[in-house]
Design a protein around this ligand. Structure first.
Ligand SMILES: C[S@@+](CC[C@H](N)C(=O)[O-])C[C@H]1O[C@@H](n2cnc3c(N)ncnc32)[C@H](O)[C@@H]1O
Length: 322
């Protein structure tokens, strides 16, 4: 394909995002998992316009999500990954990323690039976090999307580090507890504590102690603390404040594991570069290099002791009190 056509395809990425988003919102893959269906049947089941839905199905078929035979559509393996019951379902993420608040924020990427400001806050007049507090349905969508996206990472992290040495593992900003649940299932002697905002831990999917609060104030004590996909949400000053809260809750021989992608060691540089852009637009955070994490840790009297790759895109950065 020549360069112009290739570039033209890249500029159509926004259409692909929306097409997959609508497929997820209408739960087309779930409906097709029950058996092949015509556009008319799907339109009836989703209360959609038959002709318009047929046009969307044609586009999704060209993208490889569905295949058509005798006027009936069925899932391909790509389409199956959009089923809500798929082992690592992308349905939640597709629904979240294509809906109003996220979509509008990404439309202001140019503003972020010109000013360095967080597009989400400029567009919505408040941070992603306070916006989510006021829009529980969106928070629900995001938390569920994180659970689905975190599944592969959680298995890889639990296998990459010996969590069994620690009596108490505290997952700080642990969401609904998918990672902690994966660790507790693998290391039966470990006691877990899930810590996140009260509204988030209220929906915990793990059976262990749960504590609601803010990591800018205090976090529960334990022998091992985890921060997965938390520091990348924040600029340096806030990230150091979070690390200081964790440091105060650590014994002198305690360990902290930062679980993040690394810009300097990314197995999939495209994904990590775009996660970083996502942080620019949505939260004001950033992806970092190993050295940048080392510097952040030093700002909270912590020292980087090991960097361990996992079979996912996440790395385990182990730290101890300096
Ligand atoms: C990107 S999510 C990561 C969730 C989880 N660790 C994972 O990897 O799936 C960031 C988490 O930080 C939590 N969070 C944001 N502000 C917080 C605060 N002030 N105190 C505690 N948790 C907070 C959010 O509720 C969210 O669950």
């Amino acid at each position: 394909m020549d360069a112009s056509r290739q570039l033209q395809r890249l500029t159509s990425g926004f259409q692909v995002t929306q097409a997959v988003h609508v497929a997820a919102a209408l739960r087309l893959s779930d409906l097709l998992a029950e058996g092949p269906k015509t556009a008319a049947e799907l339109a009836e089941l989703t209360s959609s316009d038959q002709v318009a839905l047929g046009r969307l199905l044609r586009a999704l078929t060209a993208l490889g999500l569905y295949e058509a035979a005798d006027g009936r559509y069925q899932n391909t393996s790509l389409g199956d990954a959009l089923r809500t019951d798929a082992p690592q379902s992308i349905a939640g993420w597709a629904r979240y990323i294509g809906q109003g608040s996220q979509w509008q924020a990404y439309g202001a990427l140019e503003h972020s690039v010109r000013t360095g400001e967080t597009a989400f806050s400029s567009v919505h007049g408040e941070s992603l976090w306070s916006y989510r507090d006021k829009h529980p349905a969106e928070r629900e969508l995001f938390d569920a999307a994180m659970v689905a996206i975190s599944k592969t990472q959680a298995d890889a992290i639990a296998a990459a580090y010996d969590f069994g040495r620690f009596p108490t593992v505290v997952d700080v900003g642990g969401g609904r507890g998918l990672l902690l649940g994966t660790i507790l299932a693998r290391y039966s002697s470990v006691e877990g504590v899930l810590f996140d905002q009260p509204a988030v831990v209220a929906e915990a999917v793990v059976g262990c102690r749960v504590v609601g609060g803010s990591f800018f104030e205090a976090v529960p004590e334990g022998s091992l603390h985890l921060l997965k996909s938390v520091l990348h949400d924040w600029a340096d000053a806030e990230a150091i404040a979070i690390l200081r809260s964790v440091r105060r809750a650590m014994p002198s021989d305690g360990r902290l594991l930062i679980l993040e992608q690394l810009l300097d060691q990314a197995p999939d540089p495209l994904r990590t570069a775009f996660t970083d852009l996502n942080m620019l637009v949505m939260t004001g955070g950033l992806e970092r290099t190993t050295d940048e994490y080392r510097t952040l840790l030093a700002g909270a009297d912590l020292e980087l002791t090991q960097t361990i790759p996992t079979s996912s895109d996440m790395f385990v950065l182990e730290a101890t009190p300096a």
